[in-house]
Design a protein around this ligand. Structure first.
Ligand code: SF4
Length: 379
């Protein structure tokens, strides 16, 4: 039925999309499928009175089920998928000499993508064509998942829980696939909106129990989890690029020197992989990014691969996370994600068994025609 958005005062504070979710939950024909971004797990409990140990991601799964969501998945899964596509693209572009003068930039932060488009349009073709984990997840939901479950993709309402306000705009990008024309993701709620949703549903956070993610896209690796912290996308990509180049895994913490929040400037590193020297840089915060872009353009520095996150410290410090006046929590929350990586049973994206199945059953191989159609931005 027709849904009316109430609460006009909400618009005065910040955009609140919870009504969109309530409409979808009320419609019996709609199947609500949620994804939870890595950085959300590091912060959602802060404003609900839960300690870091109590506020597990599995309790968000329980909360969403109690609210009425039909399937709950982990964006960490599609972060692994992003690594497969972006890592493959990096190795190709590196090998064919495309990165000899200017780098390839990560493209999963919509704050950064908007920045480069408006401030450095001549560099836009240096962005990786890989979609972000949020967008890849949506594309998988409306295609591979719909097919596997034998559901009309038009009945699927894809919800994202994100640390980020800019992800609301990112989801506006259309998705076309055969008969389907719509969006990969239908609604984005921030961590703050999730917390409000839990309170509005009168769920006592202390009563939440650990609940398992749904199948078939259950597994996410430690490499996918660290996407939420500055340097994490680069580290995850290097772990798999090493494998793609050499056919062997690196020592899992081989790239750990790029971890940590660099407040004033950017972090650079050089790695040797099978006789190739790979120069990389990691930056977060838009002022630092501007300084780095100027240096790259003037060719004062040269890198092959650069990770950029608009928010200082990466998504853990995102604009949709709980706010604590005068406190800077990105670093603590980032450490939390590195702890989850350290204790994860899988730490390489290319070893994610559910990703392997998805390629076997649906996409073929990373960089395939179908993968390009659905998982990359069309140029
Ligand atoms: Fe969003 Fe900030 Fe993460 Fe970029 S760094 S994706 S703007 S939360």
């Amino acid at each position: 039925g027709q849904c009316i958005t109430h609460c006009p005062t909400g618009a005065l504070r910040e955009r609140d999309d919870t009504d969109k979710l309530y409409c979808a939950l009320e419609d019996k024909d709609t199947i609500v499928v949620a994804q939870i971004a890595p950085a959300v797990r590091a912060a959602w409990g802060e404003s609900l009175g839960l300690s870091r140990e109590e506020a597990t991601v599995e309790k968000i799964v329980d909360a969403l089920r109690r609210i009425g969501v039909d399937y709950v998945f982990d964006t960490t899964f599609s972060a692994d998928l992003t690594i497969m596509e972006e890592g493959t693209e990096f190795v190709e572009r590196f090998t064919n000499g495309d990165l000899d003068m200017y780098p390839m930039f990560t493209s999963c932060c919509p704050g950064w993508v908007r920045f480069i488009k408006s401030q450095y349009p001549q560099m836009v073709n240096r962005l990786s064509s890989a979609k972000s984990p949020q967008e890849m997840f949506g594309a998988v939901m409306k295609t591979a998942f719909a097919k596997k479950m034998n559901i009309d993709p038009d009945r699927i309402f894809a919800l994202s829980i994100m640390p980020c306000v800019a992800k609301k705009d990112e989801r506006e990008k259309p998705l076309f696939h055969g008969e389907f024309a719509g969006h990969g993701v239908d609604c984005v709620l921030t961590t703050r909106e999730l917390d409000r949703l839990i309170r509005a549903d009168h769920i006592d956070p202390k009563t939440l129990k650990d609940a398992a993610f749904d199948t078939p896209f259950t597994e996410g690796t430690g490499a996918g989890v660290i996407f939420g912290a500055t340097g994490g996308v680069m580290e995850a990509a290097l772990r798999s690029a090493y494998y793609l180049i050499t056919g062997k895994n690196p020592e899992v913490d081989a790239f750990k020197q790029i971890r940590g929040v660099n407040k004033n400037g950017w972090t650079e590193a050089q790695f040797e992989i099978a006789g190739n020297t790979i120069d990389i840089a990691v930056v977060s915060g838009l002022q630092n990014t501007r300084n780095l872009m100027e240096a790259i353009q003037k060719r004062e520095v040269h890198y092959h691969f650069v990770e950029v996150m608009a928010c200082p410290g990466g998504c853990v410090g995102g604009g949709g996370q709980p706010i604590h006046e005068g406190k800077e929590l990105a670093s603590d929350r980032g450490s939390n994600l590195y702890f989850l990586d350290k204790t994860a049973h899988l730490r390489f994206s290319h070893e994610n068994p559910d990703i392997k199945h998805l390629y076997d059953e649906y996409f073929g191989s990373p960089g395939s025609h179908k993968a390009h159609q659905l998982l990359h931005v069309q140029k």
